[in-house]
Design a binder for this molecule. Structure first.
Ligand code: ADP
Ligand code: ZN
Length: 286
């Protein structure tokens, strides 16, 4: 039996499952503090024994296996978690092989192995939710990067009349600052869920998501792009994103995935379970 943890900013999800990515049992806890959450997670895996655990954690978190900080949450605004050694604490408690990656990379792995990227060599996964993040999986493996990518902070060119405040404390015009769920809410003074499908908000949103995805696509040359996260629950968004990307590419389609965006860019196939299933795959690779 394998274990999986999706350590999110609002919820801690944990599960046990098999070698084929099937979740067999799961539990969920509100994310509060290490003092409360670590015993909850430890007890789950004492009651449900596993041979290895794959963790996908909110960031910033060190994924550098050579570093003393590997598995430690870094300089996060969530004060209780700042510099908390998440991986080490769990390993000390459970004494089994456990590895940790960013939440987005782990969800990307889940989608690449059991979701919308099963047939593909190179999968780019991007989530548009409370934040924006992305990960690349090649041959069902994480890329050996120095740290997790921060695709949500690439620069975006504003539509000239858009003077809405950025939702990123560091950047006036980054992808996450302009296109995350909370950024939409700041721009239109209502939750993204409340905006009707024909609202101009979705034209702006599609333009910005297309810019971000366009840059990541040209940087990584993937076979498949999977765009998930709460904001993508708007069904009118995906076709608009594709149209904006085609406009931005302006005929520059030097390889098949670029020439065929309608098939290249898809929604996730695993829904809410991408992270937990990705964690099981990760555990199976330890
Ligand atoms: P998280 O990023 O926190 O893991 P989600 O991916 O669910 O969680 O993203 C949450 C964000 O998605 C919120 O900002 C919310 O406003 C937005 N969102 C959720 N559902 C919808 C929807 N149906 N339409 C538009 N935006 C949505
Ligand atoms: Zn930013």
């Amino acid at each position: 039996m394998l274990g999986s943890i999706e350590a999110g900013g609002t919820k801690m999800n944990c599960a046990i499952g098999d070698e084929n990515g099937n979740i067999i049992k799961q539990a969920q806890f509100q994310t509060t503090s290490p003092a409360e959450n670590m015993p909850q997670l430890t007890n789950f895996f004492i009651e449900n024994r596993v041979t290895a655990i794959g963790i996908g954690a909110f960031g910033p978190v060190s994924i550098d296996r050579e570093s003393e900080l590997y598995g430690t949450i870094l300089d996060t605004p969530k004060l209780a978690w700042r510099f908390f050694p998440f991986l080490k604490t769990l390993k000390d408690n459970l004494n089994i092989p456990i590895e940790l990656q960013s939440d987005v990379n782990v969800a990307a792995l889940g989608e690449a192995v059991y979701g919308a990227g099963t047939e593909d060599k190179t999968v780019l996964y991007i989530t548009i939710g409370t934040g924006i993040g992305g990960g690349v999986v090649v041959n069902k493996q994480f890329l050996p990067t120095a740290q997790h990518p921060e695709m949500g902070h690439v620069w975006i060119k504003r539509i000239p009349k858009d003077t809405a405040p950025s939702n990123c404390p560091f950047h006036t015009d980054c992808f996450e600052g302009l296109a995350s769920g909370p950024a939409i809410e700041k721009r239109w003074n209502t939750n993204a869920k409340n905006l009707p499908a024909n609202h101009i908000a979705w034209e702006t949103e599609a333009n910005y998501i297309a810019q971000g995805v366009y840059q990541m696509m040209l940087a990584h040359a993937p076979d498949r792009i999977i765009i998930g996260g709460g904001v993508m629950k708007q069904p009118q968004l995906l076709p608009k994103i594709k149209q904006n990307m085609k406009d931005q590419l302006n005929g520059y389609t030097y390889y098949p995935a670029l020439a065929n965006l309608d098939e290249t860019i898809v929604l996730p196939a695993l829904g809410e379970n991408a992270g937990l299933i990705g964690g099981l795959v990760f555990a199976s690779q330890i």
